[in-house]
Design a protein around this ligand. Structure first.
Ligand code: ATP
Ligand code: LTN
Length: 329
């Protein structure tokens, strides 16, 4: 059996370089090694309030971004989560074996619910169960994610194993794939929190769609450490270490070589170089992005085909699961 890889991104906003470096960039490499399914997880996005019209636009923009970064629809299945109803159905079935204590321990839930105060939905709480359903529905063996998602992946494994021991061998416990560097790009305005689409300030992130001037402006404004010198040291110099990681991923140059290039030079010069490396990385992606967004018919064709392939597999699997649980006629 060939290994199946599954991953997804929430259509909550424009993607940023953290999403690209931490997730999408490795997808383009992995598509040559695995059979891949890449999903736009719109049901996850609505676990916090969304503007419906904007959400609809974001769903197509994220799908176009998958293609623009180099995901090949001939090799991979690209689809929208809500168009395959079995995701929500399996999430319900799995929620009957997930324990509330397990979900209460999820750090993403704790972080997001603290920010939301009283306004915490049941969906935000059960978010990791839906994520487990996405993965287990396709007999996924490998899931590439940034390191903020490893706890959710652990729950997917726990649920697969628990289901199997309760109802008989049904699911595969998936493996998490987190790359060594770049799995957690930090905010440009605050290197102690991860770069996030929903950050309060746009100076937290560089969006994949940001133009050259915006990129230069955001790089120049990026927070640096009190101690000068372009040197990688996460403990003593978290800000410059984060910028060095970004520079490395944008240019392909090793961190050691970047340090050499800027030895004895100031942060200002380094930031200019960083901005140019980012512009070079992003401009071909932006060009392709505008091609795909201006050709909705092509995008529709790809997503329709992806939906058909995904549904075919999902229908088969959910039948087996229901049979094992004894529900239905
Ligand atoms: P939000 O902050 O709105 O929850 P997000 O920016 O975390 O969104 P997601 O859609 O949750 O983005 O994540 C998409 C993928 O990008 C996931 O694999 C996630 O692990 C990865 N990712 C997100 N943020 C970063 C980051 N700062 N560094 C590296 N990878 C990241
Ligand atoms: N929770 C993930 C998005 C996501 C996902 C998935 C990733 C939803 N379902 C299945 C991998 C596999 C996030 O990145 N925030």
């Amino acid at each position: 059996m060939t290994d199946l890889l599954f991953s997804g991104v929430q259509p909550t906003n424009n993607l940023h370089i953290g999403n690209y470096i931490g997730a999408l960039k490795q997808w383009t490499e992995l598509q040559h090694r695995y059979h891949c399914m890449f999903c736009v997880v719109d049901l996850h996005a609505i676990t916090v309030p969304q503007d419906p019209a904007l959400l609809k636009k974001n769903i197509l923009d994220i799908a176009a971004t998958y293609l623009a970064v180099g995901i090949d629809p001939k090799r991979c299945t690209l689809f929208i989560q809500s168009e395959v109803p079995e995701h929500a159905e399996l999430a319900w079935l799995l929620s009957t074996i997930a324990k509330t204590g397990e979900l209460e321990r999820m750090t993403q839930f704790k972080d997001k619910s603290v920010k939301r105060g009283e306004n915490v939905s049941l969906g935000l709480f059960s978010y990791p169960v839906l994520m487990a359903a996405d993965i287990l529905l396709y007999d996924t063996t490998v899931v590439p994610v940034g390191d903020d998602q490893t706890q959710h992946l652990e729950l997917a494994r726990v649920l697969a194993t628990r289901f199997n021991s309760q109802f008989g061998e049904t699911f595969i416990a998936p493996q998490t794939l987190v790359q060594k560097t770049g799995a957690r790009i930090m905010g440009l305005d605050d290197p102690s929190v991860k770069m996030s689409k929903s950050a309060a300030s746009t100076y937290n992130f560089i969006s994949i769609a940001d133009d050259a001037d915006t990129i230069r402006k955001k790089c120049l404004k990026a927070v640096t450490d009190t101690e000068g010198g372009v040197a990688y040291d996460v403990m003593k110099k978290p800000a410059i270490s984060n910028l060095l990681t970004i520079y490395h991923h944008a240019s392909g140059i090793s961190i050691a070589d970047i340090e050499k290039e800027y030895a004895g030079k100031g942060y200002g010069e380094f930031k200019k170089g960083l901005a140019e490396a980012l512009i070079t990385m992003l401009s071909p992606i932006q060009k392709k992005l505008s091609e795909y967004t201006s050709d909705p018919a092509e995008l529709k064709k790809i997503l329709d085909a992806g939906c058909r392939t995904a549904r075919e597999q999902a229908e088969k699997k959910i039948k087996i699961v229901k049979e094992k649980m004894g529900i239905g006629r």
